[in-house]
Design a protein around this ligand. Structure first.
Ligand SMILES: [Fe+2]
Length: 314
């Protein structure tokens, strides 16, 4: 009887001795894959967006976001540089471009010939504040907006802004603007990062120019209240980043969190706003990660080529 009681414990200990190392090995493999392979496995997403007036020829927009560039990320830099081969008519950068005090020059070098094309940008919180070590589980527990304690900006965001502006790109941080891209007259409005309460929609509020060929709203974080305001003012294409697409996703389930107010289903990709409304929303899952959370799982780093085509009749 004693032996009969002991055998299940004995079997359990054998199973545990087998399962614990197997689980640890699987976990280490998953982290290695997420940190080394997927984080450098850049994807180009292509979408067609039926948003132009009837009869228009297509217009190509390259949407980049969330590079979080540190000077050593050579693969990221050369991949971004190669995107010029797509021959976009317009480039939009939705922020979080740098993650290191010495990253402005490498980021601009990454853009390379893209800077000679019409472009527009907003900044994200990570363009202002150097990344700090965090427990990765905090991503799952709430928005990262509270992490920036009472400190001033410590990254060279003004240089980043000035250099992109000097190249001719439109600064849309709480500003409106206008660009001509491939002969099309485009009206823009943008806001600074709502994630750190720097958005001032009231400074850009008002009806978008109905005479423009296209109206684009640009923001870093896709907060629903901002999406509602842009849409109410007539902006028909809304571009945002910030979510990293969830960064750590579950296959067949998707992102666990969005790090802002947008719903999980629209944490990345092309959707309508409101869900059954008129405007189109594209959220980029971004090119990078914080240097302190250098992993992506089931959520490859990306840039997107949006080919705008005429609206469907009716
Ligand atoms: Fe980001």
């Amino acid at each position: 009887m004693v032996g009969a009681r002991q055998r299940p414990w004995h079997d359990g200990r054998v199973k545990l001795r087998t399962l614990i190392p197997a689980g640890a090995a699987a976990g280490a493999a998953a982290i290695g894959y997420a940190a080394v392979i997927e984080r450098n496995w850049f994807a180009l997403r292509r979408f067609e967006v039926p948003v132009l007036p009837p009869g228009s020829r297509p217009l190509r927009i390259l949407h980049i976001s969330d590079a979080h560039l540190t000077p050593g990320r050579k693969r990221l830099m050369s991949w971004v540089r190669s995107l010029d081969d797509l021959d976009p008519d317009l480039v939009v950068n939705t922020g979080d471009s740098i993650a290191h005090p010495e990253s402005v020059r490498p980021f601009l070098d990454s853009l390379g010939p893209l800077l000679d094309r019409p472009g527009a940008f907003v900044l994200g919180s990570n363009d202002l504040y150097a990344p700090e070590p965090v427990n990765p589980s905090r991503y799952l527990l709430g928005p990262s907006s509270s992490w920036h304690v009472q400190k001033g900006p410590d990254l060279p965001w003004e240089k980043l802004r000035d250099d992109m502006t000097a190249a001719g790109w439109l600064d849309l941080n709480n500003q409106r603007g206008r660009l001509n891209a491939d002969g099309r007259n485009i009206a823009f409005a943008g806001v600074h990062d709502s994630h750190i309460d720097k958005d001032r929609y009231e400074q850009v509020a008002g009806q978008a120019d109905p005479a423009a060929d296209l109206r684009i709203g640009v923001m870093h974080s896709p907060e629903p209240r901002l999406l509602d305001q842009f849409t109410a003012d007539g902006y028909e294409l809304l571009l945002a980043g910030h979510t990293h697409g969830g960064q750590l996703c579950l296959p067949f389930y998707g992102p666990l969190v969005t790090n802002c107010g947008i719903d999980r289903k629209r944490a990345r990709g092309l959707h309508r706003h409101p869900a059954n409304g008129q405007a189109w929303l594209h959220v980029s899952a971004g090119l990078g990660t914080s240097p302190w959370a250098p992993v992506r799982f089931a959520c490859r780093p990306e840039a997107s080529l949006l080919t705008l085509i005429p609206r469907h009749p009716g």
